[in-house]
Design a protein around this ligand. Sequence first.
Ligand code: KE4
Length: 428
Amino acid sequence: MSQDNSRKLFEEARRIIPGGVNSPVRACRSVGAEPLFIARGQGARIWDADGREYLDYVGSWGPLILGHAHPAVLAALGETMASGTSFGAPTALECDMARLLVDCVPSMDMVRLVNSGTEATMSAIRLARGVTGRSRIVKFDGCYHGHADSLLVAAGSGVATLGIPGSPGVPEEIAGLTLSLPYNDLEAVRAAFEKYDGQIATVIVEPVAGNMGVVPPREDFLPGLAELTRTHGALLIFDEVITGFRLGLGGAQARYGLDPDLTCLGKIIGGGLPVGAFGGKKAIMSRLAPEGDVYQAGTLSGNPLAMAAGRAAIETLRADPGLYDRLEQTSAALAEGLIERARKQGLEVSGNRVGSMSTLFFNPGPVTDYASALRSDTTRYGRFYRAMRERGVYLAPSQFEATMVSTAHGLGEVDQTLAVADQIFKYL
Ligand code: KE4
């Protein structure tokens, strides 16, 4: 079938929106394709502007753990918008959402709502710097925490070498305050604290990495970060924008039994509407204005529509005790099925999965950090992406993202996906 409408829309978009998209990865450049313009979604499926149907494994990059247009979310939005869309004043909905988050996320005593994951991590970093009086921060290669200047930093030339700007426009003075270290490398973190002792405000980490493809933490990694930050008077920030409510109601911190000082959330907690949140211990969060002196603000923070959609999504997740087990089964069937079929055709692949987030790497593996992830055959991934999309399966347009399964996907969708992949692996 033609893709005339998507192509026409893309031509129009490129004249008035940089690259024709409002977020770079959507341009599909790394997989040698043009973006599809999506017209609608329902459950596990989306339809493009030319009416073609796809099984969707992007899920809006994570928010749609319940699938598209979930009835509970739509009902909550309809009911709420009838009373108006924004007031710039506190609402009971914000108390409901804050209560849900502090009840579900073990480390949270208090929480502040914002409008994106970037705002959440940027604000958490500022709070950690304000509370500790220190300026340096530690992040990890391959982890993405949004596009705030301090976090758009590439690794320095060697381990424990100060960061270099990851983008034009990020001043060296800012990038130079960030250390980017290899994920899963506790020795590198230990060395950084020894070299910059007393200067590091915080370590921010994706407790399960999702932005270099899925990379789980080594067993000692997260507990080691907790111990090192505690010993050196730095704060530990878990960026759970992806893993929050994805890996369970308590996210990765509940799954691995850790107690970070601050946690950043996003995606799922907005039910598909713009949202972010950061929260943690009362003694830390109380330093935020207007109670404290660390400034942070937002016109639409706690927006009623995002709160209503997020509350409906979280309450739906909480109401079904078997939900995460079913997600686990569906995701395991998909991830293991893809690896098995690819290897049967002689392809060198490996895979990582935690809960309902997984990545098939065109890489013999194991993929344990960014350096090993970068050894993947991204050209072959591009061929895989394009062939799957032509046959109605919509994957992330990058080897370095996560395949997201929703509650709307079942073993029927998995079988359909594996049958398509099987045909493609034969000639990939
Ligand atoms: P946003 O500002 O895009 O809402 O969130 C930034 C962010 C923070 N932390 C983590 C762990 C994240 O994964 C993200 C954003 N995720 C990417 C995809 N992996 C968003 C996709 C995009 O940039 O268009």
